[in-house]
Design a protein around this ligand. Structure first.
Ligand code: GTP
Ligand code: MG
Length: 575
């Protein structure tokens, strides 16, 4: 049996005194079997805070980071005595929020109102000791609930509600799309179902925070921050967790104290470049995660990639994680997408449906290759929305002109300045519906002159292509780089072909007076394989997608024939 290092602390749950703990429990527990004790307002979801001042990206990140530092993760047995667990934890301080989820067993996320509660809990918790367990002196925030007397029967109290962590495209979802009133309705419903939830966002920040605890053993002032789709507002349930090891504060502190007579001896030794330093730092953290990281499995150090990274699976949260360092431009790109996603509700809705369409037809994949990435596709969507008349969103240059002194940001010689205060940006005068925008997107890119034009969201205009790559999308912050240089001719052809087919399907639907709930139409029709059947080029990774969706279609038809009343009037009821 493999030896296990004792980083995962055990919470014993035995009889506790009542009194103040029950008071505390009653204050929070809404009803038996309810997973969430007290739901706070989400910190900042786009569109929800129209009347109050919108939070900036860094404000949201800061609050979430602080919230994660007050939280813990608990691996629980199958039957969780929720009340008892909360009663026990209340001894250490007030709990502001909690939820359960499933990933290799049941887990709980508990958020205390104060960080000190965690220290109190850690002091009271035992570290596993056994013949195959070798504890190390490290206080983890990942606990294991060890029931002394596990309940024999499942009572109502044991029935916890688990928060949703994934949302596959299945027959229920397709049926719901068929039941919608309009394409706009379909797009909004798809986004609501697929987007990452409040709990999933908390779990992402908590996972970063748990990794930060480990990295902090080497670099005490470091921060691990999520970026990419976990934070840019385009995240779909199940998307990877991109993490950035931020050592910048350490550098800043060193650089600012110029008048002091002492210099601190603290540097990466024997390296000739920043890239090499990044590789060394990631190698050390990767080794540490592999040997001591609670819940971290399949750790791979991919240090010779263009952007060196450590890839691992965080089993307890269920996230596939990519840890990078020295990647500040990607962080700025995430902030820019967050701003575009927050400016107008149509941006995210459109991006969700187009990203979902592209994944369904294997135009994008989680495996790197000669196809479009979600990042490139999102930049194309942003470009298309900048090109509408009047524009739905402004150009990056316009956002730069609105920036003030605090927004100034130069990274490695690249100007990454743009406004951070969302309230300074005027709302769009464009009133086009999502139906129109979706159709126009396919029309636009089905006929785009990829052979001579480059996509440039900084100017919001196409430019002459500087090289012969099939697709040229200018990196918004490193203008000499093409973010889609990996895309080959046959992938471009597939994209153009599918865009034209999809425009044609939407156009055809428009002509029909009645939409049927047992025949996929609008967005549902676009997600079916028939759109891609004619495409002959090699597809990335997931060749079986079409087969899966074909089965979905068959199951919808089978369901409809089982329930003959499920026809048009059903679409008036809410899904
Ligand atoms: P998912 O597919 O949902 O994970 O989308 P994502 O936006 O998180 O993409 P991904 O995980 O591939 O990359 C994470 C982030 O890295 C992106 O959001 C970008 O900020 C950045 N990034 C990815 N690819 C490129 C690229 O080719 N060039 C540049 N400059 N940045 C990139
Ligand atoms: Mg990602």
């Amino acid at each position: 049996m493999a030896a296990r290092l004792g980083l995962l602390a055990r919470l014993p749950l035995c009889g506790q005194g009542r009194g103040r703990f029950l008071d505390c429990l009653h204050r929070h527990l809404s009803s038996p079997g309810t997973a969430i004790l007290k739901r706070e307002e989400p910190l900042a979801e786009p569109g929800l805070q129209e009347k109050t001042k919108k939070k900036t990206f860094s404000e949201v990140q800061k609050e979430r980071h602080e919230q994660a530092q007050r939280s813990i993760l608990i691996s629980c047995p199958k039957k969780v005595p929720e009340k008892k667990l909360l009663k026990y934890l209340c001894q250490h301080g007030e709990i502001t929020n909690h939820f359960f989820f499933e990933s290799f067993g049941i887990h709980a996320v508990i958020e205390f109102s104060k960080k000190e509660s965690i220290a109190s809990l850690q002091d009271a918790t035992s570290i596993p000791r056994g013949e195959t367990e070798f504890p190390i002196p490290f206080k983890s925030r990942f606990f294991h609930l060890n029931l002394k007397n596990p309940p024999k029967q499942t009572s109502n109290e044991m029935l916890i509600q688990c928060s949703k962590q994934s949302s596959p495209l299945n027959s229920d979802l397709m049926q719901m799309l068929c039941n919608a009133e309009s394409v706009e309705d379909q797009i909004n419903s798809l986004m609501k179902i697929l987007q990452i939830t409040e709990e999933n966002i908390r779990l992402r920040y908590l996972t970063c925070s748990l990794i930060e605890d480990i990295a902090a053993a080497y670099f005490p002032s470091c921060t691990i921050r999520p970026f990419g789709s976990s934070v840019n507002s385009f995240g779909k349930l199940g998307c990877d967790l991109d993490m950035f090891l931020d050592l910048d504060d350490i550098g800043k502190n060193g650089a600012t104290k110029t008048g002091e007579p002492f210099l601190m001896e603290y540097q990466v030794k024997n390296v000739s470049s920043e890239r090499w330093a990044t590789q060394k730092i990631l190698a050390v953290i990767g080794e540490c995660l592999d040997n001591f990281g609670p819940g971290c499995v399949s750790v791979q150090k991919i240090l010779h990639a263009r952007c060196p990274l450590v890839r691992f699976s965080h089993q307890a949260s269920g996230f596939q994680c990519d840890l990078t360092a020295n990647n500040r431009i990607a962080m700025k790109s995430s902030e820019l997408l967050y701003i575009y996603g927050s400016l107008d509700s149509r941006v995210r809705a459109l991006a969700f449906s187009i990203r979902c369409w592209a994944r369904q037809h294997a135009l994008t994949s989680s495996i790197p290759g000669a196809w479009l990435t979600n990042f490139s596709l999102t930049i194309m969507i942003i470009f298309f929305l900048q090109k509408r008349s009047p524009p739905v969103i402004p150009s990056l240059d316009y956002l730069k002109n609105l920036a003030d002194a605090r927004d100034k940001c130069i990274i490695e010689g690249n100007d990454c300045t743009f406004v951070s205060n969302l309230d300074k940006i005027k709302p769009s005068e464009n009133t086009e519906t999502l139906d129109v925008l979706l159709y126009q997107f396919f029309e636009y890119f089905g006929n785009f002159a990829f052979n001579k034009n480059s996509i440039n969201i900084r100017k919001g205009k196409e430019e002459t292509k500087p090289d012969s790559s099939p697709v040229h999308i200018q990196n918004p912050f490193e203008p000499t780089l093409n973010i889609s240089r990996n895309v080959n001719e046959s992938q471009l052809e597939r994209f153009v072909h599918l865009a034209r087919e999809s425009a044609w399907i939407l156009q055809e639907d428009k002509g029909q007076s009645s939409k049927s709930s047992n025949h996929p139409w609008g967005l549902a029709a676009l997600l079916l394989p028939s759109v891609s059947n004619k495409s002959k080029a090699k597809k990335p990774g997931r060749g079986s997608t079409s087969e899966a969706v074909r089965k979905l279609l068959e199951s919808i038809k089978a369901d409809s024939s089982k329930h003959p009343t499920a026809t048009r009037e059903k679409r008036t009821s809410s899904p």
